[in-house]
Ligand binder design. Sequence first.
Ligand code: PLP
Length: 449
Amino acid sequence: MLTVGSSCSSLRLLQSHREACPRANVALCRRLHCTSWLTYPARYRVVSSSARISKMDSDNSSSVSIDTTDQRVESFGFLTKKVYVPPPWACHLRPLPSHVFSLGHLPTPIHRWNLPNLPNGTDVWLKRDDLTGMQLSGNKVRKLEFLLADAVTEGADCIITIGGIQSNHCRATAVAAKYLNLDCYLILRTSKVLVDKDPGLTGNLLVERLVGAHVDLISKEEYAKIGSVTLTEILKEKLINEGRKPYVIPVGGSNSLGTWGYIEAIREIEQQQQHCGDGNVKFDDIIVACGSGGTIAGLSLGSRLSSMKAKVHAFSVCDDPDYFYDFVQGLLDGLEAGVLSRNIVDIHNAKGLGYAISTAEELKFVKEVATATGVILDPVYSGKAAYGMMKDMAENPKNWEGRKVLFVHTGGLLGLFDKVDQMASSVANWRRMDVHESVPRKDGSGKMF
Ligand SMILES: Cc1ncc(COP(=O)(O)O)c(C=O)c1O
């Protein structure tokens, strides 16, 4: 364990690699302007203009003391590939990832979420994975940290992935790939009538096209007939014939390797929960949206293996629960986890009218949550999951009374831009300012002032 003490206000937490403390899960760090000692995951190090560092032996006795006055302890680790050291409770899983890229701004904050109309004594907290960075990439960054490390280790020069026309995963992959100097090829599913037309620049498409991703459109019918695996294989072969070295990432980044992203998130939450509220919150439940299954696989396996033991509730926004129990089981088996998906996660159906189709009621809920709490939910994933959670709390309040619930906000803000027409009437709060023409100008001369 690395302990850092400092009395100065110049401490800066910097993201760094897990090699920093190969065996340690935590580094006790004192944060800029903070009065209390906080615990951070091993990937965080401290840079200080005057910090005293003690390296602890495995028996926790201090063995080395270094004065790092005016000395950078560790270089900034963003976008670096590191040897991966799993949490001790996940060491038995196989295969273990060999490397991980630092792509996200982690740890993401956890704060209390003052939702109205909660059951008696129910405390809801929000894990802000919408703030993982990488151009609003949400939960996808955590998976990509492992998947892109594998791609680079394998010597890939480009990435292929696939998803819906407004896929957050495809956009996140396009951005992250470009950061790592890899080309990105996206196969995007759209309707039969739009498949031969320019897909436009709405939401995620604008970002994908800005970063220069190659976009191949496929109709929903062709996609359903051929399947995502074959479609990516066809493109892979084509690129290999052109002399490229492509690496394929499946739909949503959800395979067993990507699952490590949310196993790691549990390590993060496990450490953070000790510092929530008055200092000792233990979450009873974790709630999250489910689209391709990788996030819930990692959260539920991590929660089961770690000390957290929180019950994970997934709200599926596309397929039925039975499909996801089977799919998640495949991911768990791919890690030789030896657990049954049905024993570690409760999957609820929250798809409503269908994937990415919002009811007026759901969009009204997104608006109400934004107005009441300042938190913007996306309409396709966390909006539907939070709507499902609140509905269940209203219908079965006794099941939730007194529980400490952690809702994981998985991002997807750009999806809202697809709903502007549907939402326009509920956000019509504007007016022309009423000023009399005789009001004189007082000060400032520039156009802006
Ligand atoms: C914003 C957002 N939230 C949640 C999910 C669901 O995560 P997963 O695909 O791991 O189930 C996705 C992707 O599908 C997403 O883009």
